[in-house]
Design a protein. Structure first.
Length: 518
């Protein structure tokens, strides 16, 4: 499964590249070749992204396809919209803009161009607010394509200018050149500007004409995307950043309960070291250039230093003086409304190491790393919660079970005869009808209930339980039922003995009364 997942992840990344570069046919071919990607990449945030890419590519090819192919492409868009709805319902912050973009394409194909423009604008606004610049730029570019087709040149020009600006913010140098060639955009401003100290104005224009090594990039991104274990994700993310950024040393800092902390360190020729627990930022002065990190945190923008030894802001810092580091880069990870962490890269041998071409690669790596680290954090928290829940449940004196919508067991915390996962609980006939009624009330009407049930003991005899039945409703899932049952066998036996004793006493009293009368 590992190599297959890697291949699928790489295919999605290649598909996005071809879509952005105006080659939707290649995008369709790549994603049509892996139609089962929702199953193979189950749970990965690459799935909704692939669905959006697939739908936009289908819409881009729709106008120049024959009638049969158009129907197939329309079905593809509908399937993508259905998949994205499920993701957006659970997490609109991460996937709402992807759904809006697909719905915009569908409205355009249906002929409702006003609604399509509204949805394109919504997709662009939501994506930009989440710093998902490629999706925002795609929304603008697709809006321009539809308005140009309807000869609305003014609207199209505005959308194209917005797309150019968004691709510029994303660092997509090759795409900017393509837009300049096709639409004549940005001829006088097609060089990306980053903070530097190469000249007296502390700004430098970075050259980026070298082609992107797409194979190395996709391999790095796929290696990150296939992991869920936190340590492995952090290690591969830092390795990918160092290799694609041309750094000989790197550090990854992530936000935690006590603030920003150093979680990983790497250097050329050595395996990345993951620190557990993370080292507090104030204690990491010997390992990372704190002044650089603090400057980036204050400005909330990426910071690049061509030669730290002559930069007046950092030249006198103890770390720079001790290590002699030359090139430095400090990049924020995460989203504007929720910072995830900071990436620090160094090159101690070369000045101006972090060229524009390197920055394009690093931007993609940082985007992938941010999403995967976020998922790994959620996965780690989920595992901790599951361990805590299981410890609580396994140690509970009561019988705790979960039943699905068919009344079959999906979980039971202790062995009970006839209670097997995947089957309905075995209930003795004398108490089966009240049990069924209570279960039906919970599943169909969402009502809580309480019922006494008896089950067969492993050896002989019966075990009695006082079962509390409660519906469990989770958004987007079928209703389930939780059973918390307290064993009352001893009480039942005591009641039976008491009743038997009372009957014996009454019989004895009658006999004594008869003797007295005689």
């Amino acid at each position: 499964d590992g190599p297959k997942l890697w291949f699928y992840s790489a295919s999605v990344i290649r598909a996005l590249y071809h879509l952005i570069m105006g080659e939707p046919e290649q995008t369709l071919a790549l994603l049509d070749a892996i139609p089962d990607y929702p199953r193979v990449m189950l749970g990965s945030w690459s799935v909704p992204r692939a669905a959006m890419i697939h739908a936009v590519a289908a819409a881009s090819c729709h106008g120049r396809s024959d009638e049969r192919e158009r129907r197939r492409l329309e079905r593809r868009i509908d399937r993508s919209a259905k998949l994205l709805r499920r993701w957006a319902v659970n997490c609109p912050e991460n996937y709402g803009h992807l759904l809006a973009l697909v719905l915009a394409e569908r409205e355009a194909l249906l002929g409702d161009h006003v609604q399509a423009l509204t949805m394109f604008e919504r997709a662009r606004t939501q994506a930009e607010s989440r710093r998902c610049f490629y999706a925002a730029a795609l929304a603008c570019e697709r809006m321009a394509a539809h308005t140009l087709a309807r000869e609305q040149t003014t609207l199209a020009n505005g959308a194209l200018q917005d797309a150019w600006a968004l691709y510029r913010r994303w660092g997509a140098r090759a795409k900017l050149q393509l837009l300049g060639q096709v639409h004549g955009l940005g001829e006088q401003r097609n060089m990306l500007v980053f903070e530097s100290v190469a000249d007296s104005s502390s700004m430098s224009f970075l050259d980026g004409d070298a082609p992107v090594d797409l194979d190395a990039l996709t391999s790095s991104l796929a290696a990150i995307a296939e992991e869920l274990e936190f340590d492995a994700v952090v290690r591969k993310a830092l390795e990918a950043a160092m290799s694609n950024g041309g750094a000989d040393r790197g550090a990854l800092l992530l936000d935690g309960e006590s603030g920003l902390g150093l979680v990983a360190l790497g250097s050329s020729g050595r395996r990345v070291q993951v620190l557990a627990p993370p080292l507090e930022l104030a204690s990491a002065a010997a390992l990372v250039p704190l002044a650089l990190v603090e400057h980036m945190l204050a400005t909330e923008t990426m910071l690049i230093v061509d030669d730290a030894r002559v930069d007046p802001r950092f030249a006198r810092e103890a770390y720079v003086e001790r290590t002699g580091v030359r090139s430095l880069l400090c990049m924020p990870l995460g989203k504007p409304q929720r910072r995830l962490g900071v990436l620090v890269l160094e090159n101690r041998q070369r000045t101006a190491c972090f060229s524009e071409q390197r920055l394009q690669l690093l931007t993609l790596v940082a985007t992938q790393a941010s999403g995967t680290i976020d998922n790994a954090n959620l996965y780690r928290a989920l595992r901790r919660s599951e361990v805590q829940w299981r410890s609580l449940v396994d140690g509970a004196p009561d019988l705790i079970a979960l039943l699905d919508t068919n009344g079959e067991l999906t979980f039971v915390n202790r062995p009970v005869a006839g209670w097997v996962v995947g089957r309905p609980p075995a209930i003795e006939p004398d108490t089966a009808e009240p049990w069924r009624n209570a279960l039906e009330a919970a599943l169909e009407h969402g009502r809580r209930g309480e019922v006494e049930v008896s089950v067969q003991r492993s050896g002989s005899g019966l075990r009695w339980f006082d079962a509390h039945i409660a519906p469990v409703d989770l958004e987007g899932e079928a209703r389930r039922v939780m059973i918390i049952a307290t064993e009352i066998t001893e009480r039942k036996l005591a009641d039976a003995r008491r009743l038997e004793l009372e009957a014996t006493l009454r019989q004895q009293q009658r006999l004594e009364s008869i003797g007295t009368l005689a």
